[in-house]
Write a protein that binds this ligand. Sequence first.
Ligand SMILES: NC(=O)c1ccc[n+]([C@@H]2O[C@H](COP(=O)([O-])OP(=O)(O)OC[C@H]3O[C@@H](n4cnc5c(N)ncnc54)[C@H](O)[C@@H]3O)[C@@H](O)[C@H]2O)c1
Length: 250
Amino acid sequence: MSEQPFFSLQGQVAVVTGGGQGIGEGIARRFAAAGARVAVLDMKADMARAVAEAIGGVAVECDVASAASVARAVAEVRRRLGPIDILVNNAGITGRNLLMWELEESDFDRVYAINLKGVFLMCKAVIGEMIERRYGRIVNIASVAGKEGNPTLAPYSSTKAGVICLSKALAKEVAAKGDITINSVAPAVIQTKILDTLSKETVTYMVSRIPMGRTGKIEEVAALVHYLASREASFTTGQCYDISGGRSTY
Ligand SMILES: NC(=O)c1ccc[n+]([C@@H]2O[C@H](COP(=O)([O-])OP(=O)(O)OC[C@H]3O[C@@H](n4cnc5c(N)ncnc54)[C@H](O)[C@@H]3O)[C@@H](O)[C@H]2O)c1
């Protein structure tokens, strides 16, 4: 039997995008507690720095919507921490909370660039090295909105559906290339500052559809992501895990 505690991430290098607050911060804290050396990536450098200092990790400024910024950030992580074992694509925005016919083209472009293209760019930046090393874990934060489609959140819902399927496609591409798994998680409403960007009606609608009748906690999402990012989660890939208090029916 191994002497390591269950789901140890001892010595592993983990990257968490959007790690400056909310769910990403919770994941970064949990990974560090499990022994990982964590790179906290965020477009808000000061927030990334505060979290990195608290957990003994490194802060790297990164806008996941920009290929140049992603390339710079990933190179910096490798220089400071070494090869990347774990990537969590958590950075995301809801976009403006409006009916589809009230939105502009630019609303869709912005949400798409961060929520879906950003995941593509980050995965592309790390996957080659994971294939070379025949090891890696990628966990992408989707949303239950990507399964059910929330009214007034069409760009958000559709890009999160894209995250679920991007994860499935990449998982199959690398399934036989070593111990590399790609999964996504689909939270329902989790109590973070992202909720301040939505109308009260939208939040009430989303909570009313959760059979457990409550919002989720950051720590509950972090626990699920921790398992999927661990060595132990080695025969599970291309899956989308709900963390939704029973909201999704599939
Ligand atoms: N909170 C919820 O109810 C909920 C539910 C389902 C899914 N999610 C998803 O979980 C993830 C985290 O959500 P949260 O509630 O913690 O949000 P949050 O707004 O509290 O935090 C998001 C973080 O991402 C960063 N970020 C935004 N755009 C970025 C970019 N272009 N590049 C780098 N960093 C960027 C922000 O600076 C912030 O630190 C998102 O992908 C969100 O869609 C959240």
